[in-house]
Ligand binder design. Structure first.
Ligand code: URA
Length: 433
């Protein structure tokens, strides 16, 4: 087998065999095949696509490139949830306690934020003392005892994906559906859950800008998951504006706490309840989504959902009182209003611009080494569909920095305002499973 022949084959659109894909992934991970040849292959894949069989083989080759977590000592059907990446996406903070309160075990591994996207782990670390570095034994014990635990990516999961993703990033080959599907699903399969709910974001702030592409990606991921024996469902949700009103870290935790009380942004609550219900059904706690939703709404109304979040903080070393008194979470010294320069209706809020503005205020990292200011972020006062008068506050910049002009400009430009009435965009666009 030779890499040159494999590139040639893909260039002509001929299907690669699992053995050829395995050869490429192993050779690349071990450093035998250089970046320039893999770059050529990635570009050929970008243009010629991959068949379902090739996508499955690529996923499995990446899973097998590193550690695989064995969650079999945890009782019950372990359900995971993954978002394809959005801005203001604090859904995991809400669904972990919600699903755990229904008795379905959630063993969650999450990432940190980079660039314009935030990470669940960073958000949780804004709770004083919250420890995301549990040992594997503690992680398993917490899931068995309390039905929930969350850690940062541990071990050497899917090293092939890490290397490939970095190369895709610099060769303009990120936005290929089979490459995204195999990248996401390889991490999910390696982290060991029995069932997976995918939150596929659609819109200006997502990888998938159109519903058509998002459906293709969702179908590809669902096929990989189900094909490998993991029950998988994808929920397609709107990302033509950030989710909820808060973008940052501590302010997103505050908003998640409000949602667990049944208050706050309708879009956030609806997306979180819908994903939690899918997880509860895959976890076989309920046979229908309606029953699951009803139970979730009861857990929110009777205070169990919030108390389960308090418990999550406590069992991970965080200060539980901060959850009961969210005003104790880090708060920025300055809250700078961004005012509308025209009137009309908000049609979209470019999520990527808001995410970048939040990063410039200190809420995110430009490079992996940057230190986050948990208090920083953006609070959106106007959302898509809202009428706006000239001079009205669109959003507020939360920052401890003196210099916020660039963030101000980005936040202002993120708002797409025009005189015609904005049509409401559904929060949930489709479910594929
Ligand atoms: N997220 C991933 O993990 N991989 C991709 O390729 C895209 C988004």
């Amino acid at each position: 087998m030779h890499i040159l022949e494999i590139i040639e084959k893909k260039k002509k659109g001929v299907e690669l065999t699992p053995a050829e894909i395995g050869f490429v992934i192993e050779g690349y991970t071990k450093g035998r095949i250089p970046d320039y040849q893999i770059s050529a292959l990635l570009m050929a894949i970008y243009f010629k696509g991959m068949t379902p069989a090739e996508t499955n083989a690529l996923t499995m080759a990446m899973v097998e490139s590193g550690d695989q977590i064995d969650l079999s000592s945890i009782e019950g059907i372990k359900v995971d949830k993954h978002s394809t990446g959005g801005v203001g996406d604090k859904v995991s903070l809400i669904v972990i306690p919600l699903v755990a309160s229904l008795g379905v075990p959630v063993a969650k591994m999450s990432g940190r934020g980079l660039g314009h996207t935030g990470g669940t782990i960073d958000k949780l670390e804004s709770i004083p003392g919250f420890n995301i570095e549990l040992s594997m034994a503690q992680f398993m014990e917490n899931v068995n005892r309390y039905k929930m635990a969350i850690v940062g990516q541990t071990g050497d999961l899917t090293p092939a994906d890490k290397k490939l993703y970095a190369l895709r990033d610099v060769t303009a080959t990120v936005d290929s559906i089979p490459l995204i599907a195999s990248s996401i699903m390889s991490k999910k399969i390696a982290s060991g859950s029995d069932a997976i709910v995918l939150d596929v974001k659609v819109g200006n702030g997502a990888f998938m800008k159109t519903l058509e592409d998002a459906r293709k990606l969702a179908k590809a991921m669902v096929a990989i998951g189900n094909g490998l024996g993991r029950k998988t469902v994808a929920v397609l949700t709107n990302m033509n504006e950030p989710l909820g009103h808060e973008v940052g870290n501590a302010n997103e935790v505050r908003e998640a706490i409000e949602a667990l009380k049944g208050k706050g942004s309708k879009d956030l609550l609806q997306v979180a309840v819908s994903i939690a219900a899918q997880m509860a059904v895959l976890g076989e706690a309920f046979s229908t989504l309606e029953e699951a939703k009803e139970a979730i709404i009861t857990k929110i109304a009777d205070g169990t959902a919030l108390e389960t979040f308090v418990l999550l903080a406590k069992i991970q070393g965080g200060d539980p009182e901060t959850i009961r008194h969210p005003e104790r979470l880090p708060q920025a010294k300055r809250s700078i209003p961004v005012r509308a320069t025209s009137f009309g209706y908000v049609h979209e809020i470019k999520a990527e611009e808001i995410g970048t503005a939040a990063m410039l205020l200190g809420a995110g990292r430009e490079t992996k080494e940057d230190v986050i200011d948990y208090a920083a972020g953006i609070s959106l006062e106007k959302k898509a569909g809202d009428p706006v008068k000239e001079g009205e506050v669109l959003c507020r910049l939360l920052t401890n920095r003196e210099n916020y002009e660039e963030a101000y400009q980005k936040a202002l430009e993120a708002y797409v305002i025009s005189a015609d009435v904005a049509k409401p965009i559904p929060f949930i666009l489709d479910v594929i499973g």
